[in-house]
Design a protein around this ligand. Structure first.
Ligand SMILES: [Zn+2]
Length: 109
């Protein structure tokens, strides 16, 4: 491919660093290569932290519901439903934390 020297208008090869007639630099006329944007790993790590927080919140909610159910059962019987729901939420939240942690470890080491 031919390029024209800005100084003397001579047709030169685009691989030549300088114009062979007048010595004007040709490479400097070309635009600099585009810089690739650097991906922020911390941004993706923060995403997983949010999911861990949500799963931990569900777990805490489950434990709280479970304890309330136990307290209710001690006071006037019943509360089995609350204990069951609380235990289920606590287990689901606990499993959620483990699953999210494993996924985050798998992608980020
Ligand atoms: Zn030239």
């Amino acid at each position: 491919m031919k390029v024209y020297c800005a100084e003397c208008d001579n047709a030169c090869s685009d691989k030549a660093p300088y114009c062979p007639r007048c010595g004007h630099p040709l490479q400097a006329l070309q635009p600099p290569p585009m810089q690739q944007p650097v991906q922020l790993i911390e941004q993706t790590a923060k995403r997983w932290k949010m999911e861990i927080l949500v799963a931990a919140g569900i777990c805490i909610l489950g434990v709280t519901t479970c304890s309330l159910g136990v307290a209710d059962a001690r006071l006037d019987g019943g509360g089995e439903g609350m204990i069951a729901v609380g235990a289920f939420l606590a287990l689901a939240g606990f499993l959620g934390v483990i699953v999210v942690r494993v996924i985050a470890w798998w992608y980020h080491g």
